[in-house]
Design a protein around this ligand. Sequence first.
Ligand code: PGA
Length: 255
Amino acid sequence: MGLKPYLIGNWKMYKTAREAVDFIETFVPLVAGYQVNFFLAVPFTSIASAAHIAKNTALLIGAQNMHESREGAFTGEIASLMLKEAGAAFVLIGHCERRALCGETDETVRKKIIRALADDLLPILCIGESWDEKESGDTEKVLKKQIISALHGIQSQDAKKILLSYEPVWAIGTGKSATPGIAQKAHAFIRSELTSLFGSQTASQIPILYGGSVNPGNAKELIDEPDINGLLVGGASLDPEIFAQIAKKLTEKNL
Ligand code: PGA
């Protein structure tokens, strides 16, 4: 559907601010001229220096989480306006590690999306089924529930400001990527759910990314699937050379 492909690196709890700057200084020249939307989700402490060094480059810096409230007595939490002022352009919401390890529910995910949209921070909604859910044939049921609970009540014009990432939990950090066929089937289903919620015109404009053990060896076959508009990369985004190799595959996507 002709969207310029997206490549998002999710650094999780890796890299200091100094290391983030070193990475960006190496990575940006490696991908100069590539027709790819580049995003890097860095730790909170790296946002300001990463955004400063990435200014005037094709790379957008963002966060991996935020609190759903505008401000308040929430020790250790961070608000969307704080992220924006530090230089974040986007935020990951509902990553499976946050759902599994930090008790994030469908309802908090929904509130965070609404807050991010209100504060003009691009939300990237992460969804995906566990291994057991996949094995019981419940993938579509789980995806539908996650999509509807996160996005109900959101207007079409706001839906266009959201990205989705399909990240099967069983593929994250395991080295076991979904096959292109499995990923495409899930993406087509997600697209049909978005069509039911927002109509086909809006649904066709919402980028749907795949995440889970992406590497330079499987990036091309994944990105060539018609409903895969980009890739969300964890481990393989930590090395600038490897991340740039993945970026190169995205420039070869059959649009
Ligand atoms: P992975 O992580 O690429 O290391 O599997 C992906 C993610 O957590 O978004």
